[in-house]
Structure formats: C-alpha cells, structure tokens
Design a protein around this ligand. Sequence first.
Ligand code: CP3
Length: 346
Amino acid sequence: MSHQNLQDSLFLRAAFSKSTERPPVWMMRQAGRFMPEYWEIKNKYSFLEMCKTPEIAADVTMLPVDLLDIDAAILFSDILVTAEAMGGDLSFTQGIGPRFANPVRNQSDIDNLLTDVDDKLQYVADAIKVIQQRLNGKIPLIGFAGAPFTVMSYLVEGGSSKDFKLTKLMLHNQPEMAHQLLSKIAKVTTDYLNLQIEAGVNAIQIFDSWAMALSWDDYTEFSHRYIQEIISNLNRKDVPVISFCKGSSVFAPLMAQTKPDVISVDWNADLLNIKKSLPQGIAVQGNLDPHILYADKSVIKNRIHKLFERMRGEDGFIFNLGHGIMPDIPFDNVKYAVNVIKEFRY
Ligand code: CP3
C-alpha cells in the first residue's frame, strides 16, 4: 500500500471520523513484556539500547504487527526520551521502572535543562525510517510523546510515583518555576513530534498518563494549556493527533478544546456518552478495561461485542484499551481479543 492508500486504512479513516466496516484495533503497550518474543530481545539488551538502536526498535515495533495482525503499529520508544535528551540521567531497572539520578527540584536544575535537542533524538527519526521500510505501507505507524505534566512528574519525582507529592508541591508552592519547567518540556515535545512527522509517522499520540492526579483547575493551568500549545504548533498535514490521558472521562471537554482528531478515553466513562458530548469531527479511541484481558475468553468476547454494539452507527471509533496492556496478561488472550475484533462487522 502506498502512502496515498494508507489514508484509506481503517485506522486513518476512523481517526478522521470517516465510516469503517468495523472498528480498527491497536493496543497501548502492544509491543512489550506480555510477549515471549519481546523477552528474547530484551534479555540481550537494555531497554534504552533497544530504543536507541533503530534496527532493534524496528524489530520490536514489528512484533505485534506480525504476531497480532493489528491495524496500526506504534513506534517502540518511551515517553521519557525527551527528558533524557534535556539532560535527565535516565535508567530503567527491572521491577523498579524508570529512574532519573538527577531529579529536577530547584531553579538551577530547571535552568540546566537543554531545549534544543533534536540532534540527540535523531535515533528516533532513524528508527521511524527503518520501521516504515519494514511496514512497506501495510498499516499506519503511530509516533508519540509524553505530555509535559506527565514527563515533568518523572523529572521532579526522580521516577514513578503513587501520589506525585513533590510534583504537586512544586505546582502549588512554586507555580512560576513549574511553568518554566513545563514550558521547556513543551518546546522540546513540539520539536520532537514535528521531527517524527518529518521522519514519516502517520499519526501521533500524546500520553498524559498521570493527568488524573490533578484537580480540574490544576489540570487546566498545568497540563491542558501546554498540550494546547504543542498541538497548535504541530505541522499536522494529514497526520491525525490522538490525545490520551488517564482522567479523560472527566477532562474530555477540555481536551476537545485543543482540537485533537481523536480523544483516547480511559475505561471509567461510557464511551458513547463521551463521544456524544464532543464536538463533531473528534473521534474516540478506547476504552476496554485492560483487566478484561485476564478474564475468560467468553467474557473478553462479550465485553468487546457490548462495546461495539454501544458504538453502532458512530463514525470515528478506534478500539483500544483504557490504558496499556499489563506485562502478565496472557498473550493468547490478547490474540483472541484481536481476532474477535477483526471478525466483527457492523
Ligand atoms: O505502546 C507500545 O508498545 C510502544 C512503546 C511504549 C513504551 N512506553 C515501551 C516501554 C510506549 C508508548 C510507552 C509510553 C510510556 N512510558 C508511558 C505512557 C503510556 C502509559 O502506559 O501510561 C509512560 C508513563 C512511560 C514511562 C515508563 N516506561 C514506565 C513507567 C516504565 C516502567 C513500566 C513498568 O511497568 O515497569 C517504562 C518502561 C517501558 N516502556 C517498558 C516498555 C516496553 C518496559 C521496559 C522493560 O522491558 O523493562
């Protein structure tokens, strides 16, 4: 399929709110630890080596394309590579997750962060080119970045957090400093997403995974406005923008103001109600509870069919989970879910 024909793919048609004979399917974290084939690669390299070596990033990106036959591929990388390029001393440890050895806690830490880092992220552009050669027009490739608030939380906490205590303390006690940090991340993220578009991705997704930690007012001031800034500065051409956050059940009306093509919805809300509340022309993506994929196959099938029946007659619907696949979900169940979706016809 040529680039021209990719615009007729199920995924891009749904992203642009055109009708499809069934909802397209991809899943957040579709290239990851629930796959035995992922471990064969992961046992040989560190996670960052995998991200930074275009051939390996392409191999991992292709795993769910070849083994699950999904309708869109997502670049194998991480939302924290922008923060690393800005000067974060990033490592990933099995069982602990990401860690920044030099967390950002005061003004001089913020002043030290770099904002012209396209050169340092060139490996991502290189990976995109290798992946597009491998995909050869079969399905679209989704690029991505973290939203400034979510990336900030890792920089400030120095890693993952349950309560985002230090991050929220900075928002509340030193809002001007927080805004400086968020502005720097937003600038880097805008350049980074434009670099991905230039390199050839067919869609982009912005992940604001931890937005649900924020009140409505704090989300508006510290997250929403930076996502707005990023989206309005993208060279979008024919590349749809998907805005994801945990908390989208609540924040969807604000997310819509940033004019994404698609809003990716967590599993708390009724998807049809969210869709009907949005302006015409904004598609939805979601929103099966990923825990359903642990359940019996009959349950998996029923819940997918229930979601699809609820969305019957709606253009602009991409199937996904409300958040990423957990590492211990049985591969066979994921494969089964994809098959159920691919066999479905409206
Ligand atoms: O979706 C995909 O398959 C594409 C690749 C991808 C990864 N991370 C690979 C990854 C994507 C899109 C991400 C995004 C990401 N990274 C997010 C937003 C999405 C979300 O789930 O909310 C976040 C918050 C991160 C930060 C991050 N990276 C964490 C918290 C961790 C540790 C996770 C854990 O459970 O240990 C990572 C590491 C990571 N990113 C892995 C993968 C496959 C695991 C690395 C390993 O093999 O050890």
